[in-house]
Design a binder for this molecule. Structure first.
Ligand SMILES: [Zn+2]
Length: 307
């Protein structure tokens, strides 16, 4: 008898935990982002009201993400999707269709394009064809490399979260305001640290840093890949070496997922330094947040450019 009662109590307790658990997670807004930077900013604005997953990690090349069924499952359960936009994460559009979740479809209240309001760089003019490589029709999509773009990005996130949970609007707004204050403080320091390197010439593997360069007054004079998505030939690398010598380039920035071989060869011939340069949260283990991304990268840039 006692045994049975104990058993019933156990079942009741388990049910209670299950029920409580599902209520707790039901209260949270389920957000799926395409990038780890967006996930970090959703966590900041939504804080304990959100549950966030990113479909792409900081060590993956966002241009070529392989769609997986597990991603569709995440999107099916989502209340909000936040994408980079500008065609960088086009791969998510098919996954959103496959998820058959009307609340996150294009134009629905659970759909956020984080690029709205970004001042776009390198929007192509004139005719575009395949010989130009992997060209982005809406301009260069790597806008997260300018930390001040966190202002429009978090604005878009805030608006999306407010559409899903309007009652929490004040809470979200407060979180964003606090974050922007922190960002502003860091920007003063970063600007000061980078000030003396204004006008420095740099080379990047991929064309992923025009926004960073514009923000801190650097000149990107060339890329290790001749065109987006196209690996360099020996002849191309030889011309890059000449250019780098002429322009006195001290650093080559390369994201953790691109091949180092060509970069190292060029560095050896020119005396430049190769910096493994994460452009997203989680690109290297020290970078766990969007603010840490700039802490880390500015620190590396300052050291390398001062040498
Ligand atoms: Zn790109």
């Amino acid at each position: 008898m006692f045994q049975q009662k104990k058993g019933n109590l156990m079942i009741a307790a388990c049910l209670g935990i299950l029920l409580f658990g599902s209520i707790c997670s039901a209260e949270k807004i389920r957000v799926v982002t395409t990038s780890s930077d967006l996930a970090d900013m959703v966590k900041v604005v939504g804080s304990d009201k959100v549950e966030v997953v990113s479909l792409c990690s900081g060590v993956q090349d966002m241009h070529s993400v392989e769609p997986k069924p597990s991603m569709v499952i995440k999107l099916k359960a989502a209340n909000l999707v936040v994408k980079v936009g500008m065609d960088l994460d086009m791969w998510v559009d098919g996954l959103i269709d496959a998820a058959r979740n009307p609340s996150i479809r294009y134009g629905a209240k659970g759909y956020v394009d984080a690029s709205v309001g970004i001042e776009r760089l390198e929007v192509p003019k004139g005719k575009i064809d395949a010989s130009m490589g992997d060209i982005h029709l809406y301009g260069n999509p790597h806008y997260q490399t300018d930390p001040t773009n966190a202002i429009p990005i978090t604005k878009n996130i805030l608006e999306g979260l407010c559409r899903i949970a309007p009652k929490e609007g004040e809470y979200f707004k407060h979180n964003r305001d606090e974050y922007l204050k922190k960002l502003e403080e860091r920007m003063v320091i970063w600007d000061r640290e980078m000030e003396k390197f204004k006008g420095s010439n740099i080379v990047t593997y991929h064309n992923s840093c025009p926004y960073l360069a514009m923000r801190f007054g650097l000149n990107v004079v060339g890329h290790v890949e001749p065109k987006p998505g196209i690996p360099p030939s020996p002849a191309y690398l030889a011309s890059l070496i000449n250019l780098m010598k002429e322009k006195k380039v001290k650093v080559i920035l390369v994201e953790p997922y691109f091949p180092l071989k060509g970069c190292e060869m060029v560095a050896k011939k020119t005396g430049a330094k190769v910096l493994i340069f994460p452009t997203s949260v989680g690109g290297v283990k020290e970078v766990r947040t969007y603010l840490e991304l700039f802490e880390y990268n500015i620190n590396q840039l300052v050291k390398a450019l001062a040498e």
